[in-house]
Design a protein around this ligand. Structure first.
Ligand code: KG4
Ligand code: ZN
Length: 359
């Protein structure tokens, strides 16, 4: 069975083709994928401009579908189901992908399958060379969400804890901005951190000892902003209050340490609390090498296994959407629906609307 997946929830247009055999136990296989990132376009504005994002998705989606079909040498008519991200995300951006998917499905006479963006991230490690097995604890760390989940199977997710304010990726991006790094600053901050001292500044680690599995990162941003202002105030006039390279690297390393510390400690607590010995990390921040190193060490201590998506599949992409659709169909938790009237869900909690929610 061939599933075409379309992702357009934020600033990446992703299209991919995934194949699976309904009668076999084997995991779905990625046949081809295409991606266009809008990062360069939004950089000038310091963040995603929703209207520009929608317009760019319109320009990219059809050429990407053509590119993916050309790459795998199949005809569009061989696609069995057209899957698309129905939420959460930017309303206009979601509508472009959903509209394109629905139009394509109508033209081909094929059904559609709306997919939850976070389920795509959550299942993306199943496309890696070292796929996990159910059940596991999932640490979902993206630009918009930070959640710990107990995952029993496809569509069976229980929330263990989440951020009560900023997401981890958002914290990376906002703190990166404070030290003059371009949007989205997560990866750039992490590169700069390699030259700095992680113990240079003791930044806030809110909720570290809260006893629950919730996160809070808004206080970290304030803590970093205060430190940056303090450093600026003692700079010589000639430097116009700019931080030195060493100071910027120290702030970057200390910021990363604070975020990673909280994510690792709460992940450890989630493993202990659930008794599970498998951790799956997903979402853009899952690409962070310091987070990976520390989670590897923590899981070794706990004799647990940890699984990551391939680096290229950490941030938004079409492969994870086609995969999530394939896994939902393969496991029987969902059937495709006829193309036609549709809606998108800019706000859509992952736990709601799932056919088999955990008690
Ligand atoms: O999952 P994602 O592509 O988008 C959402 O669904 O939100 O995640 C994007 C986020 C951004 O905040 C970006 O700065 C962050 O992931 N990110 C990183 C790294 N690579 C991407 N954060 C820290 N270190 C990285 N290497
Ligand atoms: Zn995402």
């Amino acid at each position: 069975m061939l599933i075409l997946g379309i992702e357009s929830s934020c600033d990446e247009t992703g299209v991919a083709l995934v194949e699976f055999d309904p009668g076999a136990a084997a995991l779905p296989r990625l046949c081809a994928q295409g991606l266009h990132t809008q990062i360069d376009m939004h950089r000038a504005y310091g963040g995603v401009v929703p209207e520009l994002a929608s317009r760019d998705h319109i320009r990219r989606v059809v050429p990407l579908v053509r590119q993916v079909m050309d790459e795998c040498g199949g005809a569009l008519s061989s696609v069995d189901v057209v899957a698309y991200t129905a939420g959460p995300g930017l309303a206009g951006a979601l509508l472009v992908g959903a509209g394109a998917a629905q139009a394509l499905a109508v033209a081909l006479g094929k059904p559609v399958l709306p997919v939850h963006h976070l389920e795509g991230h959550l299942l993306s490690p199943f496309l890696s060379a070292d796929p996990p097995e159910f059940p596991f604890v999932a640490l979902l760390v993206s630009g918009g969400h930070t959640q710990l989940m107990r995952v029993e199977g496809v569509g069976r997710y229980a929330l263990l804890g989440e951020s009560i304010d900023d997401a981890a990726g958002e914290a990376f991006d906002k703190c990166a901005k404070l030290i003059g790094l371009d949007y989205p600053g997560g990866a750039a901050l992490s590169r700069l951190a390699q030259q700095g001292r992680a113990d240079a500044f003791a930044f806030a680690r809110p909720l570290l000892h809260s006893g629950d599995l919730d996160f809070s990162f808004a206080g970290l941003k304030t803590s970093v902003a205060t430190q940056v202002r303090k450093l600026q105030s003692v700079q010589p006039d000639a430097a116009h209050g700019a931080l030195t390279e060493v100071q910027r690297a120290d702030v970057a390393a200390s910021t990363q340490a604070a975020i990673v510390d909280v994510l690792v400690r709460k992940s450890e607590a989630a493993l202990k609390r659930t008794g599970l010995r498998r951790l799956v990390v997903a979402g853009g921040v899952g690409a962070n090498s310091e987070l990976r190193a520390q989670l590897n060490a923590a899981c070794e201590r706990l004799k647990a296994r940890v699984h990551y998506p391939e680096l290229a599949l950490c941030t938004d992409n079409g492969a994870m959407i086609a995969l999530a659709a394939a896994m939902r169909l393969h496991s029987g938790v969902e059937s495709p629906v006829p193309a036609g009237a549709f809606e998108v869900r800019p706000r859509w909690p992952l736990m709601v609307g799932m056919p088999q929610p955990l008690a």
